[in-house]
Design a protein around this ligand. Structure first.
Ligand SMILES: Nc1ncnc2c1ncn2[C@@H]1O[C@H](COP(=O)(O)OP(=O)(O)OP(=O)(O)O)[C@@H](O)[C@H]1O
Length: 386
């Protein structure tokens, strides 16, 4: 039918009630179909879709484990919830950290006490727990251990935020995820948001920053300020870095409580060695003060690796000595007890010898070699820059 054949009245007359309802109904259906088709297409081409589904499953499992029920989470909060640390796997206590007693005492007084004894500090604005804590110092010296022990001892939930979770996303996603970090932490409070290598994510702003990154940083800071204005909010951001000088000054201002976790000194190394070897089979003649003296420049993580190497030497000896050999023994069935009978016996003692001083010395030598090898590229890089 051509338009001409439709009576002109049909266009000019007002629509009836049923016609309007019908038209609205059709428009709604059309709108819904278009919306879901576009959403399906966007989902289908989203390269992070698989990760999102995985993250959701992981988050649901973790939420169940930490006993969080009836908390509705958005899609973005789910992605962040996948970084919650399972409390069953987080068994770190103050007893697992050696040589950092001063830092632990100060942390207890400034961060944990105001949380645990809220009623004592209720009236004071000055004595509220800090919203930002910075742990800084060389790698492998216990910053992550301290953060985990703080969360556990204070009874806080622990969100281990990898900067890449926020930065490797589609344009616009980062900001939604940054907002989700805070909203999730508030829903799960009391909680600690731990950001390892915080400098990689909140480094000094520069004009070369991508627009989306700059906006995300600004948003992160304003959300952080939001925590500060709500005195009942029990969310702490704890950052760790090896390069505090690279941090944005605005971030440093938001982290007034700072702890320097330095390379362990002689006394601290001895304490760490004692802790690492506490449950191991160590020969009574081993002198840990000597070992501590020989390990100048080692981090806590180096010391652990070195002790593991020493323990492995004992295992290696056990494996190599566990062989068949000829032995002379007194034969009990022979009248003359003086008679020595040659037997082939299998040396199969279920016994690994204790760690000895020389094992530790060997392991120290090996670690020193690998440390120098590791620093070679750095030295070359510095030489190239000079
Ligand atoms: N003070 C310490 N007491 C006991 N163990 C320690 C100590 N410091 C480090 N370690 C050992 O080293 C490992 C690494 O420590 P941790 O991850 O806390 O270091 P980090 O400072 O966070 O390092 P990074 O900057 O590389 O993340 C720990 O799992 C622990 O075994």
């Amino acid at each position: 039918m051509v338009l001409k054949e439709i009576p002109a009245d049909n266009f000019t007359r007002p629509l009836g009630r049923n016609e309007v309802i019908g038209l609205l109904f059709r428009l709604t259906i059309f709108g819904a179909v278009t919306y879901f088709t576009i959403k399906w297409m966007v989902d289908a081409i989203d390269p992070t879709r698989k990760q999102k589904v995985e993250a959701q499953k992981q988050a649901e499992k973790l939420m169940k484990q930490i006993g969080v029920k009836n908390v509705k989470l958005s899609e973005y909060e789910m992605s962040i919830a996948a970084h919650l640390v399972d409390p069953l796997s987080m068994q770190i206590t103050w007893g697992d950290i050696a040589g950092l007693d001063d830092v632990i005492t100060e942390l207890k007084d400034t961060v944990i006490l105001p949380i645990q004894k809220r009623h004592l500090f209720h009236g004071s604005r000055l004595l509220q727990p800090p919203k930002g804590v910075l742990l800084y110092g060389p790698p492998g010296c216990g910053k992550t251990l301290i953060a985990k022990a703080t969360a556990r001892e204070a009874g806080f939930r622990f969100i281990n935020l990898q900067p890449s979770t926020l930065t490797d996303k589609w344009y616009g996603e980062s900001q939604k995820l940054a907002a989700a970090v805070f909203s999730l932490a508030i829903k799960l409070q009391p909680s600690i948001i731990f950001i390892d290598e915080i400098d990689s994510f909140l480094r000094s702003r520069s004009s070369s920053d991508h627009e989306a990154t700059a906006m995300m940083k600004a948003q992160f800071m304003s959300l952080w300020d939001g925590l500060d204005t709500d005195h009942h909010c029990q969310v702490i951001i704890m950052g760790a870095t090896n390069r505090p000088q690279d941090l944005d000054s605005a971030i440093l201002r938001r982290m007034p409580t700072r702890f320097h976790i330095n390379q362990p000194n002689l006394r601290q190394r001895q304490a760490i060695l004692k802790l690492i070897l506490a449950n191991e089979n160590v020969d009574t003649t081993v002198d840990l003060s000597e070992v501590a003296k020989d390990t100048d420049g080692f981090s806590g993580s180096d010391l652990r690796e070195m002790c593991r190497d020493a323990a492995l030497l004992c295992v290696r000896d056990f494996v190599h000595n566990n062989h068949t050999e000829n032995r002379y023994i007194l034969c009990p069935f022979v009248q003359c007890q003086q008679l020595l009978v040659r037997f082939r016996v299998t040396v199969d003692e279920d016994y690994i010898r204790p760690i000895q001083q020389q094992d530790l010395q060997k392991a120290i030598g090996k670690m020193k070699k690998s440390k120098t090898a590791g620093s070679q590229p750095m030295l070359l890089m510095h030489a190239a820059l000079d």
